[in-house]
Design a protein. Structure first.
Length: 205
């Protein structure tokens, strides 16, 4: 959004709080098991899946590198909501209804049918908590946006076993080779950047 590069956004996620980086490493055994079994939706309906996917596509858009859609961030979110992050299901239910309400108020159409620039306009208003048309309730617009943004970034960067980061899309974008355990650890030269590292997807970085 607004011309910020994907790499800059992801490398700078610390600005959203160190808790985001902690969440990247939170064990999610139930979500991992569900992701391994199937990519079918467990919580999201067909309609809400499309809306979540459209939102993630604007948070980490696709250009010359893969974005949230290619990385399967919506699948990660669905599996997280079905298990370890089930407490956020009411936030998503209210938030997705709110996104469409704001979209219809501003542009007369549901979010998924808007042009990219219009979708950005809606999301920026929601992020700022100034979303005209947002239904009254217990879930403020900024609260929903913070949740879906964090989930999108985590789904892009977390281990693929949790349902996102498909084909190591997020790790490829950042140039992260994956944990060194698959190689028996890294050599001193690799740690110092003097030697190449073979990434988990088979290429040297």
């Amino acid at each position: 959004m607004d011309g910020i590069s994907r790499r800059d956004l992801l490398a700078g996620t610390v600005v959203y709080g160190s808790s985001l980086w902690l969440l990247l490493n939170v064990p999610r055994p139930l979500a991992a098991r569900a992701a391994a079994e199937s990519s079918r939706p467990l919580v999201l309906t067909e309609r809400s899946w499309k809306t979540v996917e459209a939102i993630t596509a604007r948070i980490i858009p696709t250009d010359h590198e893969p974005g949230a859609v290619e990385a399967g961030c919506t699948n990660f979110i669905d599996k997280a909501l079905a298990h370890e992050d089930a407490a956020l299901k009411p936030v998503y239910k209210a938030g997705l209804a709110g996104v469409d309400a704001v979209s219809r108020k501003r542009f007369g159409k549901p979010f998924v049918t808007l042009a990219a620039e219009q979708q950005d306009d809606v999301l920026l208003a929601i992020e700022a908590g100034k979303a005209d048309g947002w239904p009254k309730g217990d879930v403020p617009p900024a609260t929903f946006f913070e949740a879906v943004r964090a989930h999108t970034i985590i789904g892009f960067l977390a281990d693929p076993k949790y349902g996102g980061n498909r084909d190591y899309a997020g790790w490829r974008v950042l140039g992260y080779p994956g944990g060194g355990h698959h190689l028996g650890g890294y050599s001193p030269g690799q740690l110092m950047g003097k030697e190449k590292i073979t990434a988990v997807w088979g290429r040297e970085v």
